[in-house]
Design a protein around this ligand. Structure first.
Ligand code: CMC
Length: 424
């Protein structure tokens, strides 16, 4: 199968077919408009590929997710987050020396410019940390403007990964009115973040190793998910050759929405609402099916997965284990489990193949670690950053990539003559 045919009116067009390494099939339509004058129309891009990519493979029917060929379960179990960042960005697992250098660079670039601390003074105390994160990441471009010098991209990649966690932890400290805690060079990526979040100058604080390994796992599970809404935003913005910081900011903003990364915050808000309403989860499963009601089961459904989201499976097990280890009894975990059980056996959810997604259980884990609900999407953003960076880098190094510029079918008024205001 090397070509596909489209018959439009009297004419037949032959279009090339592209087959990926996992046998995914795509019809290449780039030249179609030039040949026929027509476009392909696909709102929401359900059947449209925007690029060829060698980073992440998802088989939504079978619930498979792999980064650069490695199964997500194995990476979440055995790898460190910096190792996965390196793998995603540079295509191969680092050897020992490469990992040491990369991790060391990530540590040494963790500080933000002292002047940037003044920006925090200008934000209101109740500012959403996603607003702060996006503004601060974009403002990094004022400190590190593009010069085109060799090695600049790699350095900016390190800066982004290293500083984002500091920016995020400072946003939290700002929201609770505590002094900022600076990064410490003897801590791992995850431990450094937790220390900046929870340490206070007045007393000693040691990062709980359970929290450290759990955060490492969560960050890995979020690290990439191919052409989702935020990654597509990064690619689209980056395709105009906007700088790396501006491109990443577009990803953070896209992630914020409750249909995307913002769902982890929305899930906890939903579970709390159900719990406070007496815990009648069955009522909410029915409500989610009522087309006259806006309510949806947050943390359920996915554009690509028509089977269990493999990340949700890992997180469900992790949530139970971690809460047990920590001796935490969170009634929201019970509500979540009951809700899931009912939904998975309900015809509406079964027919539409709606399963829990990555956001369904992650919030329960973050809660147990003491991370406030408004920070959940920030946690997702920290995890997804290497994914956005890998796609940005892949696109910028691909000589065949052009500026992203979709077409449309115009449905407004046909050409008409301007009427002066006195005559209208
Ligand atoms: N609760 C109730 N019904 C749902 C849900 C849900 N969570 N999700 C989808 N449906 C229904 C939808 O109403 C539609 O029904 P019908 O065929 O009768 O019109 C059908 O299932 C297909 O859904 P869709 O809206 O066409 O699916 P989509 O691929 O456009 O949207 C989604 C995917 C994730 C935006 C959607 O499932 C949703 O809004 N879920 C809740 C929000 C959420 O959990 N988002 C996180 C996604 S995973 C992590 C991430 O991407 O960041």
């Amino acid at each position: 199968m090397s070509t596909a045919k489209i018959i439009l009116g009297e004419k037949e067009y032959e279009l090339p077919v592209v087959v990926g390494t996992e046998n995914e099939v795509g019809i290449h339509t780039t030249k179609f408009r030039g040949q026929s004058g027509a476009i392909t129309l696909d709102p929401g891009f359900g059947s449209t590929g925007s690029c060829e990519s060698g980073i992440t493979f998802i088989n939504g029917e079978e619930g498979i997710l792999r980064y650069r060929g490695y199964a997500i379960d194995e990476l979440a179990e055995k790898a460190s987050f910096p190792e996965v960042c390196y793998l995603l960005i540079y295509g191969e697992l680092p050897n020992k020396a490469q990992l040491e250098k990369f991790s060391d660079d990530l540590t040494r670039h963790s500080l933000i410019h002292e002047d940037m601390k003044k920006f925090y003074e200008g934000f209101p105390a109740n500012a959403h940390p996603m607003a702060i994160l996006s503004s601060m990441v974009c403002s990094l471009s004022t400190y590190y403007p593009e010069t085109g010098e060799p090695g600049e991209d790699d350095l900016n990649i390190i800066r982004l990964l290293a500083k984002a966690k500091t920016i995020a932890a400072f946003a939290y400290k700002k929201s609770i009115g505590q002094p900022f805690i600076y990064p410490k060079n003897d801590l791992s990526y995850s431990a450094n973040f937790l220390n900046m979040m929870f340490a206070v100058p007045a007393e000693p604080y040691t990062v709980d190793p359970i929290f450290e390994s759990t955060l490492n796992k969560l960050l890995i599970l979020h690290a990439d998910h191919e052409q989702n809404c935020s990654t597509s935003a990064v690619r689209l913005v980056g395709s105009s050759h906007a700088n790396i910081f501006a491109s990443m900011t577009s990803g953070i903003c896209a992630l914020w929405g409750p249909l995307h990364g913002g769902a982890n915050q929305a899930v906890i808000e939903m579970l709390t609402m159900i719990h406070n309403d007496g815990g009648d989860y069955k009522k909410y499963v029915k409500k989610a099916q009522d087309k006259s009601d806006d309510f949806k089961l947050m943390g359920f459904g996915h554009r690509v997965y028509k089977n269990f989201d493999p990340r949700a499976r890992i997180l469900k097990a992790a949530a139970g284990e971690i809460l047990e280890k920590m001796g935490v009894n969170d009634p929201l975990l019970d509500v979540a489990r009951q809700l899931e059980e009912v939904a998975l056996n309900d015809d509406y959810f079964v027919q539409r193949k709606l399963y829990p997604n990555v956001d369904f259980y992650s919030g329960i884990i973050y809660r147990a670690m003491g991370i406030p609900t408004e920070m959940f999407t920030v946690m997702f953003a920290l995890g997804r950053l290497p994914g956005w960076i890998s796609h940005w880098r892949e696109m910028r190094n691909d000589p065949s990539m052009r500026i992203g510029r979709p077409r449309q079918i115009y449905t407004g008024p046909q050409g008409r003559t301007f009427v002066p205001v006195e005559s209208r």
